[in-house]
Design a protein around this ligand. Structure first.
Ligand SMILES: Cc1cc2nc3c(=O)[nH]c(=O)nc-3n(C[C@H](O)[C@H](O)[C@H](O)COP(=O)(O)OP(=O)(O)OC[C@H]3O[C@@H](n4cnc5c(N)ncnc54)[C@H](O)[C@@H]3O)c2cc1C
Length: 476
């Protein structure tokens, strides 16, 4: 009898997990259920402004960690990866200020560029300058904000570190786990002065990577291409992907294994519920959804998972006329808005300047503007209100009253998992509370960025293979 593994959720974590199980355990039947009518989850790409593939969510992944690049190569996209143009970003604070040189995720590694930037007040600069003299700061609170404020003061935290890290995760870094941002955590845990450590790391990186590969990469046909190619590799490897199949319940099967109950929207009406038995189940759904699916099968894990929090985001894509685009904004990738200065817009990417292959064939520029973060709800806004908020904020920030040629509004409920301080202890408790044969992965657990999702999804395969091996051994 062939062993069977179910993967629930077809985002990047789920497809990575399914493909890795096929690679690790080729004799096993792998079935992936996805509630939506397409795989990809929080990754989506569609045509815009005459450009065939413009991302609605993630538009790149970190290329200086191996996992996403390795997956792209595994599924045949290695030669299709492109990288952003070498253009700089800014922070808006009563005007656009280029991000000073020498930062590491917002942490200053040099005082010179800070001193000459108008982004900080003289008081803020003076406070930052004493950082190398301060005694070591405890990381016990595991809050990025608490730690960075103690080292550099509020201005560096709010205008630099929180602007950069907060915009990556749509988070409030006062309430985000320091340990879950590995670059910052390594600096904080191993050094007394963050500034001196950032300086050492930047110069080491500079030496190692001066002529090396870029920091970010993306498939030329958009991030969906990575998910779609992974899905195709799953099918080519003998796996099955069923979309429009929402899993509603999991129960232990008599005689071992698990019963997965699902509603198949494509089934003829009246016959849309199916139950299948599996030897192992991987949940690659958002953490709170995983909790609700586990209520009957693993109540302790379900109770822990109920505490998972997320932030919603709206991504507004605009095509603006070339006549409206000021020369002073050329050669820039976009800007971030620090929380104290935010109204609605948290960041704006000048996407067709960032990506050469996103230049609209008919001219003009593509902008991607983000709204929403932890602590600021946006989903209640109507499309008209969203657009009005974006255009008003852009006018304040850039001094231009845009009349966009085309607008696309993408709503991402639960866009970003929020890793509260001591998140890793919560993850370990969840994993300990899972019965044998059940596994969790996805952005809610061990990393939010795409490489971390690939690592977490693929990493499950070894444990699933070991579980299947144990079943075989006890059956023989
Ligand atoms: C606007 C935005 C911009 C981003 N930018 C970047 C970026 O530039 N770089 C980067 O690295 N990361 C970025 N991210 C983060 C990254 O895209 C996500 O963390 C990642 O895609 C999450 O993947 P996942 O598979 O863990 O979860 P998801 O993509 O959420 O996948 C979960 C899947 O489970 C399915 N599902 C839910 N319930 C059920 C059910 N009951 N039965 C069956 N299926 C179910 C869902 O439909 C979904 O497809 C961005 C995210 C957003 C929203």
């Amino acid at each position: 009898m062939r062993r069977r593994v179910a993967v629930i959720g077809g985002g990047i974590s789920g497809v990575s997990a399914a493909l890795a199980v096929i690679d690790v355990a080729p004799g096993v039947d792998v079935v992936l259920y996805e509630a939506a009518d397409r795989v990809g989850g929080r990754i989506g790409t569609s045509p815009f402004a005459g450009v065939p593939h413009v991302d609605e969510g993630a538009d790149a992944f970190l290329a200086r960690v191996p996992e996403a690049v390795a997956l792209a190569e595994r599924v045949g996209l290695g030669d299709d990866l492109v990288s952003p143009e070498p253009v700089g970003a800014a922070v808006w604070h009563d005007g656009l200020h280029p991000i000073p040189d020498g930062l590491l995720l917002g942490v200053p590694g040099r005082l010179g560029p800070l001193a000459t930037s108008a982004l900080l007040s003289w008081r803020g600069k003076a406070r930052a300058a004493i950082e190398p003299l301060l005694p070591r700061t405890s990381t016990d609170s595991d809050s990025i904000g608490a730690y960075v404020r103690a080292r550099f003061g509020d201005e560096v935290h709010e205008r630099l570190v929180d602007s950069l890290v907060g915009s990556i995760y749509a988070t409030d870094t006062d309430r985000f786990s320091l340990a879950e941002v590995p670059q910052l955590a390594a600096l904080a845990q191993n050094n007394r002065s963050l500034l001196l450590a950032a300086r050492r790391q930047r110069s080491a990186q500079g030496t190692a990577t001066a002529s090396a590969s870029p920091i970010f990469a993306a498939p030329r046909d958009g991030m969906s291409a990575l998910v779609d190619a992974t899905a195709a590799a799953i099918v080519a490897g003998g796996g099955t992907i069923t979309t429009s199949a929402e899993v509603g319940r999991l129960e232990p099967a008599a005689g071992g294994g698990w019963l997965v109950q699902r509603r198949d929207a494509k089934a003829p009406s009246g016959d849309d519920r199916s139950i299948d038995r599996f030897d192992s189940v991987i949940f690659a759904t958002p953490a709170a959804v995983t909790g609700s699916l586990l209520t009957g099968a693993a109540p302790e894990a379900a109770a822990l998972l109920a505490a998972a929090e997320t932030a919603d985001v709206i991504m507004v894509t605009l095509h603006v006329d070339a006549n409206q685009w000021p020369d002073r904004l050329r050669a820039m990738s976009g800007y971030l808005v620090p929380k104290p200065a935010q109204r609605w817009v948290t960041a704006a990417s000048f996407s067709s300047q960032k990506w050469a292959h996103w230049r609209p064939p008919g001219g003009g520029e593509i902008l991607r503007v983000s709204l929403g973060r932890d602590g600021v709800d946006v989903l209640h806004l109507s499309d008209d209100e969203v657009l009005a908020a974006v255009l008003t904020d852009l006018q304040v920030h850039l001094g231009v009253e845009f009349a966009p040629l085309e607008v696309r509004i993408t709503r991402w409920p639960g866009a970003f998992a929020q890793y509260r301080p001591h998140h890793s202890a919560w993850v370990e408790s969840v994993e300990r509370a899972l019965p044998s044969g059940l596994f969790v992965t996805g952005a809610g657990f061990r990393g939010i960025g795409i490489p971390a999702c690939v690592r977490s999804g693929s990493g499950i395969a070894g444990a699933v293979g070991a579980h299947i091996g144990d079943l075989e051994e006890s059956a023989s």
